[in-house]
Structures are given as structure tokens and as C-alpha cells.
Design a protein around this ligand. Structure first.
Ligand code: GLC
Length: 717
């Protein structure tokens, strides 16, 4: 069917299929609430009938109702399917990165960095399932997610969109999310197609600023940043979105080696590659690797980009037509791109009658009660207990509590970007039935026991003296610190240290001598070293989503025994950015891995002991697996969930090997006194690394497995 279609398509129609524009380009120019954003018929027909555009993305400004989505998407498909010459269905895409972002009332989950803090892969799969149900309720079949970037630069404002600093953790969470989102058929009415982003090496800008250069070797790229994408492509994701920045001076959108030789050649990716927003034209306007807009189009398409997210005009169509006519882009490249796109549309079932239209039967899927339950469970398992002096937590419900700080009384600080609006900062548009941290605490212990004051804004003290007085009159103070919502470059910072105003507020409260509990809501691990020693407890939420306020209150008052662990190192100082999997030469007399809190760390209200770590074979041969087992016991008085983490060290290699690397984890529930044996299988791939020739190899030698404080060695012959 696809080949037959391609043979009938004009060059203009082919180019149209390679073009994606934004919803606002076909909407009425309404400034007001999104609900008033209707389709402008003339604009829509110009896009689809004149320019043959095959894809549209996102929304006209902020959240739509289900009814509004059904109305606008049906009108779009009517023009594409009923009025166009070849009746090719339009493919609509959206950023549903923690639920149906732009749909009013949708279930909005913990952001990736928080979900990864749960170390519970079932939650990732469930979030993918529910996201597919709720976005399909709107009628959209394509999600620009998961982010598979590895978060190795905590300054980066998109750090919270990642599953953390470890390639294995990112790989596992990405694959499980895709499994939930796509199931075995991403064209099914209750499933969606994923989009792997941002391919590849985008998350390590050396300046920390979003969309600034990364400098890495092919070996580092293949060792750290490529594995999550390799696994997700094997898991069957049909689309990939390109790195919006550059590596070693080569913009992602001009990188033939990575887009064609590696992705489509070596990894045999059969789906299609979409550019990131405006990034084809940026090869000229920003990166200056193309001397004209036309040259930029030729460079990107010849590098391996199949669809351009233009998205605010039709320039790409005109320019690519010129490129083909002038021989700058061969017809074979056009046909390859169009074939890839149409094959994905076909596998989505869009060509089947009515399948491209919103399915009214899916409407009841939005915000189902069990989805809210799943969201709360995910949030509860993503709250990390970092400090708990004298077991001050959990608090008694009879405690008189003073709550203050800039993140205590807002919902946007629980959610971050891509929430109702792109930046996530439209607090007034947030649902009225969700609870801030302050509201959740009041709901749990009663208003009478709670006093509150802002204390500080994000960057300026408010009435600190009043806050100090209130703290003196309470049993305990809960000071909520962190970051306001932000997205992409608007979240750039030059200092990882938390704002001085917030540190000052906390320090003044600590001086009262009353217990101070810090709650942190932030997209990245902001340095809080000056106040750590003086606080009695620290609870880190990162961005726990719409149920995050409730989850934090559940942990503070013991209705939930915290089980989350850091998916990243938490720096002690602004330049103390060493990752847990650092190299041996980074540990010496002068310095070592010395974060405020290490990767994989998190406290519980109970305690666990590890014993009897065993490897099945003292010696294994090439290509053989190694079985590892350990016994874990709940030695405390409370039931809890523990994350058993398996690390491996390849003690010597022809390329320097990390002091340890995460190669397995399992989250288990143990009743008080209960023991459980946990076993893992290490495969040759787990023992492999990228060698001197930039290929993945396994070398014989001694290996060490580490779980908890235990370690065992074995020899690979
Ligand atoms: C943005 C982001 C990307 C998103 C795309 C569409 O610039 O980089 O993650 O999917 O545009 O909104």
C-alpha cells in the first residue's frame, strides 16, 4: 500500500508528508483561553491542501477539554482524509511527558527524575499505560516521549526530564515506559507510538545551559548516551527526535554519522526521524553550518532527518522543493523519508476507516479514579528521605506544625514544565482539587495544628522575622524550598547553589533551636550544603506530580514508609559534580566521590541488613553468564520496600573502567523480620564496554560485584 501510494504522489505531496507544523498555524488567532482556539478553515486547507502537510503538533496555548480536542482533531482529519487528493491521514503529535499535558483534568504523574527515584519499573509501565489511555481519549496517537537522555549535568534545565545519571537506570525506565505506552501494537485504540528523544548526547552541555555544545568522544557517546536509545529501538519505538544542540561542533540535525550510519545503519532503525522544534532552519540562523535556509534544509535531510518540525511556517516545503529540483537532495532520499513516515502511519492503523479520528469510546478513560490512585502510588514511591536525625520523622499527628517556604503553597512547583502550559507556570490554570504541600498537611492533621507563612519567595526573603516567631511557637517547622517551574532554556542557571533567600530563611529558622524539616521540590539537585547540618530531616520530592503534595504529607506523618533512592548524585558544592561511576584516577589523596548524598541513597523508617552475597562461579568463561545472590532482611519494626542494587567493577581494562556501574536492581517489600534472597544474572553484555576501537567488547580479567557493603570477586577467563 505504501509503495503504491508513493508511486502516485507528486513531489510536493511527498514533501508535505515530511512537514510538521504547529496547531496555532491552523487555528484562529485567539489570544484568550485555549478553549476559544478554533480551527481556521482557510488556514487548515492551506496547510493540508496546498502544502500537503502530513503532521501537526501540540496545542494553541494551554489545555483543551476533551470535547475541544475531539472537535479540532476531527476537523483536521476531515480535510486530510476527505478533501485531499490522496486522502493520507494526518499524524498528530504531542508532548505527554508526564501524562496528557495539554488536556484539562488529565492525570499528571511524577516527572521522569521523580519516577526514576522510585526505582520501581512497574510504575513506569503503568504510567505509560495510563498516559496512552488518557491521550488517546483526546484522539492523539503519537507521544514525543520518553526522554532517554542521561542526566550527567545537574545544571542542565532539562535534568528533571531524564531518568537520572546512570545509563542502565535510564535504559530500564525508558524500555518499561515504552512497553506500557505501546504494548505490542502502538496502533491499538488504547496505545500510542513513542518518540525517543533527544537523539543523542544532548544532556551533557559543558556550560550547563540548555542547547549549548557538548564535547564528547565517540567512545563516551557509545558507552554512556547511546545504550538507552539502542534498547528502545530494539523495543520497537517507531520514531526518534533529534538532539537540538551539537556534539564536537556538529549539530545533531547535521550529523550524518549518527543519524544515518549509526541510527539507520548500525542500529537498523526502520522508523522515521523528526527534527526538534525549528532546528532545521537553526542550522543556518543559529549554528551557522549552513550559509542559507535552503542549504540548511539540504544538510538536514541528507544527514537523515525525515520530518521537519518547522513548525510556524511553510518555508520547509518551498525550500525542499528547490533542493530536489536543483539536485541538492536526491529523490531517493525523499522517497526513503516518505516511505518511513507512511509505514509508521500504516502501522499506527491511521489508514483504517475512522482510526485516524478521535474515538468517542475512549473519552471515559480520562482521569479515571484508578489513574489517580496509580499517580498517588507513584508519587509516594518517589519521595526520597535524605536525612532523619533522631528519627524525628514520621511526625505525630498531634504535632503543632509551622509550614513556610516558597514551594509550600503552589501546585506548579510539584509539576514543573510541560504542565497545562509549556513552562508549567500558569498556577491559576491548575486544578482546584489538587493539594499543595501546605493543603495536604492541613488535610492530614487539621488546620488548627498548622500555621503558615511564605517566609521567602524564590529569590527574596519575605517576613523572615515573622516566620522565626511562628517557628518558636510550633513544635516543628517544615520549610519547603526548591525551584519554580521552568522548561528548556528558560531554566538556565549559572550556580547550582539554592537561592540565597531560601538558604537564609532556613538558617534563621534553624537558629530558633526548634526542629526544622526541609522539603525540597526542584527539577535538579540544588546545593543546600550550608543548611544540611542544622536541619533535622530532609525530604526530597524533585517534581512528584499532581499528587505530590499528598505523597509528601503521607511520608512526613508516616502513612507511607519512604522507599525512594537518588537516581543521581546530589552535589555538596557547585563544582562537586563527580558522578558515582567515576574513574579510579578521580579518587586520590586530594579528592574523592564526596556528594552531599550519593547515587542510590535514600532512608527508610525501617532498617535492612544484607548478608550472604554469593557468585555462582569463581571463574567463568567467555560468553558465559554469572549468577549473583544476596539475602536482605528487614531488621526494623515497620514493613517497607527496599531497592537492592547490584554494582559491578571491571577491575582492569584496556580503557579505564568506572569504579562501579549499576548492572541490576530489584525493589522488594519486606515485613518486619522478613528475609528474602534476591538473585541477578550478569550477562556478557553487562561485563562489556566500548574498547579502543570504539566497539563493544568483553575482556578477560577480574570483576567485583557489590551489593550494599558486601563485595565478591570472580574471574572471567
Ligand atoms: C521542544 C523540545 C522537545 C519537544 C518539542 C515539541 O523544543 O525540545 O522535547 O518534544 O519541542 O514540543
Amino acid at each position: 500500500m505504501v509503495q503504491n501510494l508513493i508511486e502516485r504522489m507528486s513531489l510536493e505531496e511527498k514533501i508535505g508528508q515530511m512537514t510538521q507544523v504547529t496547531m496555532s498555524l491552523v487555528s484562529t488567532d485567539v489570544v484568550g483561553p485555549a478553549e476559544d482556539h478554533g480551527i481556521d478553515r482557510a488556514k487548515l486547507e492551506r496547510a493540508i491542501l496546498t502544502y500537503h502537510v502530513g503532521s501537526i503538533l501540540n496545542e494553541g496555548g494551554d489545555g483543551y477539554s476533551l470535547a475541544h480536542w475531539h472537535e479540532v482533531l476531527s476537523e483536521i482529519q476531515d480535510v486530510a482524509i476527505k478533501e485531499s487528493r490522496l486522502k493520507i491521514p494526518l499524524l498528530y503529535g504531542i508532548d505527554a511527558i508526564h501524562g496528557a499535558t495539554y488536556t484539562n483534568g488529565a492525570t499528571l504523574f511524577p516527572q521522569a527524575i521523580s519516577l526514576a527515584s522510585s526505582w520501581n519499573l512497574d510504575l513506569a509501565e503503568r504510567e505509560g499505560e495510563i498516559t496512552a489511555l488518557e491521550v488517546r481519549a483526546t484522539g492523539i496517537p503519537w507521544n514525543f516521549y520518553p526522554v532517554l537522555d542521561v542526566g550527567r549535568q545537574p545544571l542542565w534545565p532539562r535534568f528533571w526530564e531524564t531518568f537520572g545519571e546512570d545509563p542502565y537506570l535510564v535504559t530500564e525506565f525508558g524500555a518499561k515506559y515504552i512497553q506500557g505506552l505501546q504494548g505490542n501494537d502502538y496502533g491499538a485504540p488504547d496505545k500510542m507510538a513513542s518518540c525517543l528523544k533527544h537523539y543523542v548526547g544532548y544532556s551533557a552541555p559543558s556550560s550547563g545551559f540548555d542547547r549549548t555544545p557538548a564535547y564528547m568522544s565517540e567512545r563516551t557517546l557509545r558507552e554512556i548516551y547511546l545504550p538507552p536509545f539502542e534498547a528502545a529501538i530494539k523495543a520497537g519505538s517507531p520514531t526518534v527526535m533529534v538532539n537540538s544542540s551539537e556534539i564536537d561542533g556538529i549539530p545533531g540535525h547535521a550529523n550524518y554519522h549518527l543519524l544515518t550510519e549509526v541510527l539507520k545503519g548500525e542500529l537498523q532503525f526502520k522508523g522515521f526521524v523528526i527534527s526538534d522544534c525549528k532546528d532545521v532552519k537553526r542550522l543556518y540562523t543559529r549554528d551557522r553550518v549552513a550559509a542559507s535556509p535552503k542549504e540548511a534544509v539540504a544538510l538536514a535531510i541528507n544527514a537523515g532527518v525525515d520530518m521537519s518540525m518547522v513548525p510556524n511556517d511553510f518555508s520547509f516545503c518551498d525550500l525542499l522543493l528547490q533542493c530536489v529540483k536543483e539536485g541538492l537532495v536526491p529523490m531517493a532520499r525523499i522517497d526513503d523519508a516518505v516511505r518511513r513516515i507512511l509505514q509508521v502511519k500504516a502501522r499506527m492503523g491511521l489508514f483504517e476507516p475512522n482510526h485516524a479520528y478521535p474515538d468517542p469510546l475512549m473519552k471515559p478513560m480520562l482521569a479515571k479514579k484508578e489513574h489517580t490512585g496509580a499517580n498517588l502510588a507513584a508519587a509516594q514511591e518517589s519521595i526520597i528521605l535524605l536525612k532523619n536525625d533522631k528519627n524525628i520523622l514520621p511526625l505525630a499527628r498531634t504535632s503543632r506544625v509551622f509550614v513556610t517556604g516558597p514551594t509550600s503553597a503552589m501546585l506548579s512547583v510539584l509539576n514543573g514544565g510541560w504542565t497545562i502550559t509549556w513552562q508549567g507556570t500558569a498556577e491559576a490554570l491548575y486544578p482546584k482539587d489538587k493539594l499543595t504541600v501546605l493543603e495536604a498537611i492541613k488535610a492530614k492533621i487539621g488546620d488548627a495544628q498548622v500555621t503558615s507563612l511564605p517566609g521567602a519567595t524564590f529569590n527574596a526573603p519575605v517576613d523572615v522575622a515573622a516566620a522565626v516567631t511562628a517557628a518558636k511557637n510550633a513544635d516543628v517547622t517544615i520549610v519547603c524550598l526548591g525551584e519554580k517551574a521552568y522548561c528548556e532554556t528558560r531554566g538556565n542557571i549559572t550556580d547550582l547553589t539554592l537561592d540565597a533567600a531560601q538558604l537564609y530563611l532556613a538558617a534563621e529558622l534553624i537558629k530558633t533551636g526548634k526542629p526544622v524539616i526541609v522539603v525540597l521540590l526542584e527539577g535538579r539537585p540544588r546545593v543546600i550544603q550550608p543548611i544540611v547540618a542544622g536541619t533535622s530531616a530532609i525530604v526530597l520530592g524533585f517534581l512528584p506530580g499532581m499528587e505530590g503534595g499528598r505523597a509528601i504529607a503521607d511520608v512526613l506523618f508516616g502513612d507511607v514508609n519512604p522507599s525512594a533512592k537518588l537516581p543521581c548524585s546530589y552535589p555538596k558544592t557547585p563544582n562537586g559534580l563527580m558522578t558515582y561511576d567515576h574513574k579510579p584516577l578521580e579518587e586520590n589523596e586530594e579528592n574523592s566521590y564526596d556528594p552531599q548524598f550519593p547515587f542510590g541513597f535514600g532512608l527508610s523508617y525501617t532498617t535492612y541488613s544484607y548478608s550472604d552475597l554469593r557468585v555462582a562461579h569463581e571463574v567463568i568463561g567467555e560468553g558465559e553468564n554469572q549468577e549473583v545472590s544476596v539475602t536482605v532482611k528487614n531488621t526494623g519494626g515497620l514493613a517497607g520496600k527496599e531497592v537492592v542494587q547490584l554494582y559491578l567493577q571491571d577491575e582492569y581494562g584496556s580503557v579505564s573502567r568506572p569504579v562501579r556501574q549499576l548492572k541490576g536492581f530489584r525493589k522488594i517489600r519486606l515485613e518486619p523480620g522478613e528475609s528474602q534472597e534476591v538473585s541477578f544474572v550478569l550477562t556478557p553484555n553487562d561485563m562489556s564496554f566500548i574498547g579502543l576501537k570504539n566497539t563493544r567488547i568483553v575482556e578477560p580479567g577480574t570483576f567485583k560485584v557489590m551489593i550494599g557493603q558486601l563485595e565478591r570477586g570472580f574471574l572471567l577467563k
